[in-house]
Design a protein around this ligand. Sequence first.
Ligand code: NAP
Length: 145
Amino acid sequence: MILVTGAAGKTGQAVIRALASRGGAVRALVHKPEQIEPLHRLGAQEVVVGDMLSQVAFEQATRGIESVYHICPNVDPYETVIGAFAIQAARHAGVEHFVYHSVLHPQTENMPHHWKKMGVEELLLESGLGFTILQPTTYMQNVLA
Ligand SMILES: NC(=O)c1ccc[n+]([C@@H]2O[C@H](COP(=O)([O-])OP(=O)(O)OC[C@H]3O[C@@H](n4cnc5c(N)ncnc54)[C@H](OP(=O)(O)O)[C@@H]3O)[C@@H](O)[C@H]2O)c1
């Protein structure tokens, strides 16, 4: 089973739709109980509610999980802390592969939300986990809005 964090957000919903359409078994981590039902409808087999600022929430969400697709809330000041929690929980749970939804040019120090992702990438490099780091650029959806 694949854990998707930030599951109810724009990116999370797109990832879950794509995984479900390929037969992937998904557990979605959401922030609020009212997000449970819509994500089931989208194709998530399991939906759990938790705060990503809680290490305990990550430990519970990763139980029995094979892969993690980690999406941090957008422009979150605690992205590095959240990333560390996610990586630590994945290691404890024996996760085989960790996908980190980063950003293009995370090495840009004067953009704090990019620079924090650089810190998470570094933690992942040192974690011993199998991993994939994705570095998407600005979404076309931002322009459409
Ligand atoms: N947008 C872009 O162009 C772009 C480009 C490249 C990379 N990215 C990256 O993609 C990632 C996701 O972006 P997005 O636009 O999809 O984000 P988003 O729509 O804001 O989704 C974030 C989700 O995380 C939830 N959340 C917030 N705080 C939480 C907490 N403490 N615990 C658990 N869940 C929490 C939010 O729930 P609530 O709304 O209920 O709080 C929301 O469902 C970000 O890391 C961003 O940097 C975005």
